[in-house]
Design a protein around this ligand. Structure first.
Ligand code: MRU
Length: 356
């Protein structure tokens, strides 16, 4: 699969936006078909936007949160048009439906509950402009947080280091710029990072399809590896840090992230490779005490039984497809948020960081 030439020239890396609000519509890059095709889809109603989250047109915890905020604007516009006096009541079911689009990434609930709070506090007249301004602020704040985390994370890396990343945590997974991939970008720009390795990230191939695409767009040289090559890569001394994002960080620092993150953390500790989690505080859930309480999404067997749309496993075999796993805080050397860095995370340190 090759990257379509026009994107290389016309969309520099720092201009990639997975989620946009354009002419009163929600506009999403269809991430299911990258890198073979670069296409946008447009949404006018909340149920369609919620389905786009479930179907992974848009994915990545912060990008899902930003999308949800814009989806609430679509619902408020519809409900106000239907009933200017009762829209606040009618929209509650829409918000509940949206919050259930995917279970693990807490940014989705965070955005929905934030917007619900504004609605329930009372908005007089047409709510669309007010809610749109809030969604756009959430979006802008996410980009600003990512840029700041990029600097904080890069500062932890020794010059000349190799790094390994898992899943896609870049502009496609966020409001823009990226979390872990933001650190990769900042670290490469600062001359700290000498080489970048990206896991393929079976079964959905976020690494092979999306991270690889973003790095090619940016002109950052990188090497794609099979997930199963990561341990041997570490054994060879080629990486000093594993840098990943998060879908939910529990109060004690346990972290849910893309399936395969946990095994990478175990391998990293065995080989003396440092492990960094990069996520905005909208991904931190202080109401979830530890990793065992984080709901883990199980996705369709077909994602494992097929590769690139072609059946690769025999008929008659079953598949198990958990989309996320939990990395215990004890395997994490640093959690980087926009509020600062927590090394060797514990509950007390997380409480202190969140209060900053
Ligand atoms: O299933 P996905 O693609 O939504 O999973 C995404 C991840 O696990 C990311 O690592 C996480 O959301 C952080 S994105 C900045």
């Amino acid at each position: 699969m090759s990257t379509p030439a026009p994107q290389t020239k016309e969309i520099p890396y720092d201009k990639i936006r997975a989620v946009e609000w354009e002419n009163g519509r929600l506009k999403l890059i269809d991430q299911r078909i990258l890198p073979g095709k670069f296409e946008h889809l447009y949404f006018d109603h909340l149920p369609d936007a919620a389905r786009a989250i479930t179907d992974m047109v848009v994915r990545g915890a912060p990008a899902i949160g930003v999308t949800a905020a814009y989806a609430v604007v679509l619902a408020a516009r519809d409900r106000y048009k239907e009933n200017p006096n009762g829209w606040q009541k009618a929209i509650q079911a829409d918000l509940n439906f949206l919050a259930e689009a995917r279970p693990t990434a807490v940014n989705l609930c965070w955005a929905v509950e934030y917007m619900r709070g504004l609605i329930n506090a009372g908005i007089s007249g047409d709510p669309t402009p007010r809610l749109l301004a809030e969604a756009q602020r959430i979006h802008a704040d996410d980009i600003a947080a990512n840029r700041h985390m990029g600097e904080l994370g890069a500062a932890l890396i020794e010059p000349g280091s190799g790094v390994l990343t898992h899943c896609n945590t870049g502009a496609l997974a966020t409001g823009g710029y990226g979390t872990a991939l933001g650190v990769v970008r900042a670290g490469y720009a600062a001359g700290k990072i000498k080489s970048v390795f990206a896991d393929e990230t079976r079964p959905w191939l976020q690494g092979a399809r999306l991270t690889a695409w973003e790095l090619v767009q940016e002109g950052i040289p990188a090497t794609l590896i099979a997930d199963s090559a990561a341990t041997y890569l570490m054994k060879q001394g080629k990486v000093a840090w594993v840098i990943v994002g998060a879908d939910r960080i529990a109060a004690n620092g346990d972290t849910a992230n893309k399936i395969g993150t946990y095994m990478t953390a175990v391998a990293a500790r065995h080989h003396g490779v440092k492990f960094m989690v990069v996520a905005p505080t909208s991904t931190v859930d202080m109401n979830t005490p530890d990793g065992a309480a984080i709901p883990i999404e199980t996705r369709a067997e077909a994602e494992v039984l097929n590769f690139g749309g072609t059946r690769t496993a025999p008929e008659g075999i079953q598949a198990w497809n958990p989309a996320f796993d939990i990395t215990p805080a004890t395997l994490i050397d640093a959690i980087v948020t926009e509020k600062g860095v927590v090394t060797n995370p514990t509950r007390d340190k997380m409480v202190e960081m969140m209060a900053r």
